[in-house]
Write a protein that binds this ligand. Structure first.
Ligand SMILES: Nc1nc2c(c(=O)[nH]1)N[C@H]1C(S)=C(S)[C@@H](COP(=O)(O)OP(=O)(O)OC[C@H]3O[C@@H](n4cnc5c(=O)[nH]c(N)nc54)[C@H](O)[C@@H]3O)O[C@H]1N2
Ligand SMILES: Nc1nc2c(c(=O)[nH]1)N[C@H]1C(S)=C(S)[C@@H](COP(=O)(O)OP(=O)(O)OC[C@H]3O[C@@H](n4cnc5c(=O)[nH]c(N)nc54)[C@H](O)[C@@H]3O)O[C@H]1N2
Ligand SMILES: [Mo]
Length: 659
C-alpha cells in the first residue's frame, strides 16, 4: 500500500535509488524481454506451464515455495494426466522432482549448458518451426551459426546427464503442441542468469511457444500503462543499470547497495529509508551491509517489529502489521486476468504506529518537499464521487501541483500527497487514495482490458465513471476481484515492441555471453570443494517475516545443513553433528542433516534464519539458526542485472568442535 507514496517521496527528493528484492531475483526477465521482444516493462514473460502439454521447470521447488499459480493443483494435474509431461531440472531430488514425470538431476550451476544443448539440438535436427522463425523473427542465421559449434554431447557431460536424455527432451519439447519453460531462484540466483533467461526465450521462440497459452505468456499487474520514469541509469560504482519490472520505475539490485554507500563518490548514498525489508539479514554479505549502515549519515526503518535492521538504524518508525491496516496485494493473477485485492484491517491497530502513507506524508511535509494542499482542492475532492467531479478534481490537481512544485521532478510528490490529503479523507481510509488513482489510471489506459472483464464499461465515454466503478468493486470484494483481462489471442502481437514487430533471436550481448559461459566450466576448487544453495525454501521458512521461532512445527533443528550421505560419511559427519561451513567471506556453524536426495558436492542451507528473538523466560535475545548471508559475497553476481549467485556459493565443510 505504501509504494506509490514511497516512490513519490523519492521522486520529490530527486533520488533514483530504489532497491527492491525483485531486483535480486527477476529483473533479467525484463532486460531480455526488452532486447528480444521490445516488450514494455509493465509485462513479464512467464512460463504458462499450468496449461502446458510439456513443461520444463528449472530450479524451482513449488511444493515447498508455493511459487506460481496454485502449484499443488498444477502438480496434481500433471501427475494425473497420461498425455502431459512435467520435467523438473534440479540437482536435488526435491519434493517437486519426486512428483514429476521426469527429473533431470543436473550438476549445480550448469543450466546454461543444458539450455544451450537443447537449443543446439533444435537447430541441428531442424526441430524448430520454420514458418514462425522466418515470419516473426530476426537473427536466426547468427544464432544458428553460433549453436552449430556447440556439441550436445559436451553440454550433456557438463550437466552430468546422458546426451540421449538431452536429445529426448529437445525432441519431445519441440513436438509438443504446447510446451512451456519456467524457472525460479535455482537459475535466477545462479551463474549466467541473464543468459539462461535469454536461452529459455530462444527455445520458446524457435518452437513457436512464445506468447502462447500453454507456452509462455506476458503477465502484467493491475496498473495503468505508462512510460518508465525516471529513465534507467547506471549505478556509478558498477555501471549496472536500474531495471523496471512490472512497474514503471527502475529498481536496483540490493547487491549494489553497500558499494554505493561505501564509495568515495561525492554523490554517494548517505541516507536510507527501509520499508518492508530486512537488509541486515537478506542482502548479500552481511558484514558489508553492516559497514554500509554504519557509514550512512541517516538510516530510518519503517517496521512493525524489532529486526536485525532496526537494531542498526538511527530511527525506527513503527507501523501496524498488515492485518491492522488496509492492505493491497498486487502480485500477478492467473493469466489472462488482472485483478486487485484490497483488504480492510481485520484486527484493531495499537495506538501510536502509523500506516506507511501517513509516515511518508509527514516526512515529505517536514522536508519541505510538499506543502499543505490549497483549500479549493479540498472542496473539489468532496465532489469526486461523481464522474464529472473526478474530471474537475484531476484537472485542478495537476496544474496546481505543477505550479507549486515548479519542477517536473517534484510534481509527483506534490500531486500524490495532495491527493492523499484532499481525496483521502473522503474515502474509508486516506491511504486508499493511491488505489483510487490506480483504478482511474487503469480505466483510462486499459480500456479494452477492462471491457473484456466488465463488458458494460466499454460503452462509457467518461472513463472517470469506470475508474470509480473499479474502485468500488475492489472495496466490495476484500477477497479479491477480477477487474480486467488481457486478450490471449493477441498475447504475442500486443507485446512485440520493435518497429518491425519481429523477435530478435540473437542480441549481441547474449552471443558474447554464450562465449563467456562456454569458457567458464564448473571445476572443483580444492579450498572450497562444496557448492552451497544459500537459501533453500522449506516448511519452516517464510523469508524472515515471522519472528517468534515458535511458529515452526516439530522440535527441530529447523536450520540444518543438508549434505549428501556419502559426503557426510567421508567427513565423519552424522545427523545432528555441528558442522562449520566456510566461504571466502565468512563462516557459520549449524547442525548437519545427511540426505540421499542431495547430490555429492552440493549443500543446502535454508533462507530466513539468523533472526533474534527474546527468550520467553529470560527475555534475552536468542538467535534462531544461521544467516546465510554471512557466507555470500555481494560481488558474486550477474554482470547485467546484479542478481546474486546465492545458489552457487563455494564453501568448505568440516565437523565443528562439539559443545
Ligand atoms: N516456505 C517458503 N516459501 C517461500 C519462501 C520462503 O522463504 N519459504 N520465499 C518466497 C520467495 S521470496 C521466493 S523468491 C520463492 C522462491 O521459490 P523457489 O525458487 O521455488 O525456491 P527455492 O527453494 O529457492 O528453489 C530453488 C530450487 O533450485 C534448486 N537449485 C539450486 N541450484 C540449482 C542449479 O544450479 N540448477 C537448478 N536447475 N536448480 C538449482 C534448489 O535445489 C531448489 O529446489 O519462494 C517463496 N516461497
Ligand atoms: N542468501 C540469500 N539471500 C536472500 C535469499 C536467498 O534465497 N538467499 N532470498 C532473497 C529473496 S528471493 C527475497 S524476496 C528477499 C526478501 O528480503 P526482504 O524483503 O528484505 O525480507 P523479508 O524477510 O521478507 O522482510 C520483510 C520485513 O518486512 C516487515 N514487515 C512485515 N509487514 C510489514 C508492513 O506491513 N510494513 C512494513 N513496513 N514492514 C513490514 C517484516 O517484519 C520483515 O522484517 O531475500 C533475499 N535474500
Ligand atoms: Mo523472493
Amino acid at each position: 500500500m505504501g509504494s506509490l507514496y514511497a516512490l513519490s517521496l523519492l521522486a520529490g527528493t530527486g533520488t533514483r535509488w530504489w532497491f527492491n528484492a525483485l531486483a535480486q531475483e527477476k529483473t533479467q526477465r525484463a532486460l531480455v524481454d526488452g532486447w528480444m521482444m521490445g516488450s514494455s516493462s509493465d509485462v513479464m514473460l512467464v512460463g504458462h506451464i499450468e496449461e502446458s502439454d510439456y513443461a520444463l521447470l528449472l530450479g524451482s521447488n513449488p511444493s515447498m515455495s508455493q511459487r506460481g499459480v496454485a502449484p499443488n493443483l498444477m502438480l496434481r494435474a500433471f501427475q494425473k494426466s497420461e498425455e502431459r509431461t512435467l520435467v523438473v531440472v534440479d540437482p536435488r531430488r526435491t519434493e517437486t522432482a519426486r512428483r514429476a514425470d521426469r527429473h533431470l538431476a543436473v550438476k549445480v550451476g550448469t543450466d546454461a549448458y543444458l539450455l544451450l544443448g537443447i537449443a543446439a539440438i533444435i537447430v541441428a535436427e531442424r526441430l524448430y518451426d520454420e514458418s514462425f522463425v522466418s515470419n516473426h523473427t530476426r537473427g536466426f542465421e547468427a544464432i544458428s551459426a553460433r549453436l552449430r559449434d556447440i556439441v550436445p554431447e559436451e553440454m550433456a557431460a557438463r550437466c552430468g546427464i546422458e546426451a540421449e536424455t538431452l536429445r529426448e527432451v529437445a525432441r519431445d519439447f519441440s513436438a509438443a503442441e504446447r510446451a512451456g519453460i519456467e524457472m525460479d531462484l535455482g537459475l535466477e540466483q545462479s551463474r549466467f542468469n541473464t543468459l539462461t533467461a535469454y536461452l529459455s526465450r530462444l527455445i520458446m521462440a524457435l518452437t513457436d511457444n512464445l506468447g502462447r497459452e500453454g507456452g509462455s505468456v506476458f503477465v502484467g499487474l493491475f496498473l495503468p500503462r505508462m512510460p518508465i520514469w525516471p529513465p534507467p541509469q547506471p549505478a556509478p560504482v558498477s555501471g549496472i543499470r536500474g531495471i523496471a519490472l512490472m512497474a514503471p520505475v527502475p529498481m536496483y539490485s540490493p547487491n549494489l547497495f553497500a558499494e554505493e554507500v561505501l564509495s568515495d563518490n561525492p554523490g554517494r548514498i548517505r541516507a536510507v529509508i527501509v520499508e518492508g525489508s530486512n537488509p541486515m539479514l537478506q542482502y548479500a554479505e552481511t558484514a558489508r551491509t553492516r559497514a554500509a549502515f554504519e557509514a550512512l549519515e541517516l538510516s530510518v526503518v519503517i517496521e512493525p517489529t524489532a529486526t536485525e535492521t532496526t537494531w542498526v538504524a538511527d530511527y525506527v518508525l513503527p507501523t501496524p502489521v498488515g492485518y491492522e491496516k488496509w492492505e493491497h496485494s498486487n502480485f500477478p493473477k492467473p493469466y489472462p486476468l488482472l485483478g486487485l485485492q484490497l483488504r480492510p484491517p481485520v484486527v484493531a491497530a495499537p495506538e501510536g504506529p502509523l500506516p506507511e502513507p501517513e509516515i511518508y506524508h509527514r516526512i515529505a511535509l517536514a522536508m519541505g518537499l510538499v506543502t499543505p494542499a490549497p483549500k479549493p482542492l479540498h472542496r473539489l475532492a468532496g465532489r469526486a464521487k461523481r464522474p464529472l467531479g473526478v474530471l474537475l478534481y484531476l484537472a485542478a490537481l495537476l496544474p496546481l501541483a505543477l505550479l507549486k512544485a515548479r519542477s517536473f521532478q517534484r510534481l509527483a510528490a506534490m500531486a500524490i500527497f495532495w491527493l492523499y490529503e484532499t481525496l483521502g479523507p473522503t474515502l474509508r481510509a486516506p491511504q486508499l487514495a493511491a488505489v483510487w488513482l490506480m483504478c482511474q489510471g487503469v480505466a483510462w489506459t486499459r480500456r479494452a482490458d477492462v471491457a473484456r472483464a466488465l463488458p458494460e464499461t466499454g460503452r462509457k465515454w467518461n472513463r472517470a465513471a469506470v475508474g470509480n466503478q473499479l474502485f468500488e468493486a475492489a472495496m466490495a470484494h476484500p477477497e479479491g476481484v477480477v477487474l480486467a483481462r488481457v486478450d490471449p489471442e493477441r498475447c504475442l502481437e500486443e507485446n512485440l515492441g520493435h518497429r518491425d514487430g519481429k523477435i530478435r533471436l540473437a542480441p549481441a550481448q547474449m552471443l558474447t555471453e554464450i562465449g563467456r559461459a562456454l569458457a567458464d566450466e564448473v571445476t572443483a576448487d580444492p579450498e572450497f570443494p562444496f557448492i552451497l544453495n544459500g537459501g533453500m525454501r522449506t516448511h519452516s521458512t517464510a523469508n524472515a517475516i515471522f519472528r517468534d521461532p515458535k511458529w515452526r512445527k516439530g522440535s527441530g533443528p529447523h536450520c540444518v545443513l543438508r549434505l549428501n550421505t556419502e559426503d557426510a560419511a567421508l567427513l565423519g559427519i552424522t545427523k545432528g553433528d555441528l558442522v562449520r561451513v566456510r566461504s571466502r567471506v565468512g563462516v557459520v556453524e549449524l547442525p548437519a542433516r545427511p540426505e540421499v536426495h542431495v547430490q555429492r558436492g552440493h549443500i543446502h542451507i535454508p533462507n530466513g534464519f539468523g533472526t533474534r528473538y527474546p527468550d520467553p523466560e529470560s527475555g534475552e535475545l536468542k538467535t534462531a539458526g544461521v544467516c546465510i548471508n554471512e557466507l555470500t559475497d555481494a560481488q558474486d553476481r550477474d554482470p547485467f542485472t546484479g542478481c546474486p549467485h546465492h545458489k552457487f556459493v563455494r564453501c568448505s565443510v568440516e565437523r565443528a568442535a562439539q559443545s
